[in-house]
Ligand binder design. Structure first.
Ligand SMILES: C[S@@+](CC[C@H](N)C(=O)[O-])C[C@H]1O[C@@H](n2cnc3c(N)ncnc32)[C@H](O)[C@@H]1O
Length: 257
């Protein structure tokens, strides 16, 4: 099977330190979630997308939330800052996990965000441990969709909320397209549905290309080539009409028997 690092977004994770350097930060300076937000959100529409989730989940109660596929920890830190929740941030890739730990500590959020490194399919907690399970652009990476959903159901408390934004297939995908999607986006599990992200990824690619000279100065040739390749590939897959997106919010029901 393809390795997750075939997805070029996940190479050169040190990009974020270079961006912080551009802001005049040393590697030890304290940080806050708002100055990190332009760089630590690996999904579409950044913290605006998280505000939609917060409006649905509610922010006033001391709850336990789990984020599956937490990346650099950006969503988990933002959710913890803007609510009373304690967030467990589960991330598969050790380099991203380590980076997330560092950024969370520098934001002074260690008490509010617990980082765990591992595969969700192997993740163990008591049944009913979480009041909400959330995830942005991560579930499509994970095989065994039925097992994943059963696990989420078990981990959710009664009336708990499941909230996700994820990539989807908009129609039938042939073997050639599937293997390109697997290489470029590590797309392991795609379901059919549509959304408006095609425009977002088109504008993102154009903006990145327009600022190429600046990016080369900050990040160097290898990182800029990887990111241009990644943004181009995502744009191509969206414009092909085969790739779409979904936002889903569900609540766990207790069925009387
Ligand atoms: C596109 S990134 C999004 C990160 C974060 N949710 C965000 O929006 O900033 C998806 C993340 O899911 C992680 N991931 C993929 N498969 C996973 C698994 N089985 N268990 C935990 N994390 C996983 C990847 O390593 C990657 O960091």
């Amino acid at each position: 099977m393809t390795d997750i690092k075939s997805m070029k977004l996940y190479r050169h994770v040190e990009r974020i330190y270079r961006e912080l350097g551009e802001l005049g930060k040393t590697i030890e300076d304290p940080l806050n979630v708002y100055e990190l937000a332009p760089f630590d959100q690996l999904h579409y529409h950044g913290t605006d997308a998280l505000d939609v989730a917060l409006a649905m989940l509610g922010i006033d109660q001391q709850q336990n939330w789990l984020e599956i596929g937490s990346g650099l920890g950006g969503p988990a830190r933002y959710l913890a800052t803007c609510s009373e929740a304690h967030v467990t941030a589960l991330e598969l890739q050790p380099d991203q996990h380590e980076l997330a730990l560092d950024l969370t500590a520098r934001c002074g959020l260690e008490d509010r965000v617990e980082h765990v490194c591992g595969d969700f399919l192997q993740f163990e907690r008591e049944a009913g441990s979480f009041d909400a399970i959330v995830s942005w652009l991560a579930l499509y990476h994970i095989p065994e969709r039925a097992r994943l959903l059963e696990k989420c159901h078990r981990l959710l408390a009664p009336s708990g909320c499941f909230y996700t934004e994820d990539l989807t297939a908009r129609g039938d995908i042939d073997d050639g397209q599937r293997s390109l999607l697997e290489r470029d986006l590590y797309a392991i599990t795609l379901r059919h549905i549509n959304a408006d992200w095609a425009e977002f990824v088109r504008v993102r690619l154009a903006a990145y290309r327009a600022d190429r000279a600046r990016h080369l100065r900050v990040h160097g040739e290898a990182a800029v080539t990887a990111m241009t390749d990644f943004y181009s590939a995502v744009n191509r897959h969206f414009q092909s009409g085969k790739l779409g997106g979904i936002r889903l919010c569900a609540r766990k029901l207790e069925v009387a028997v």
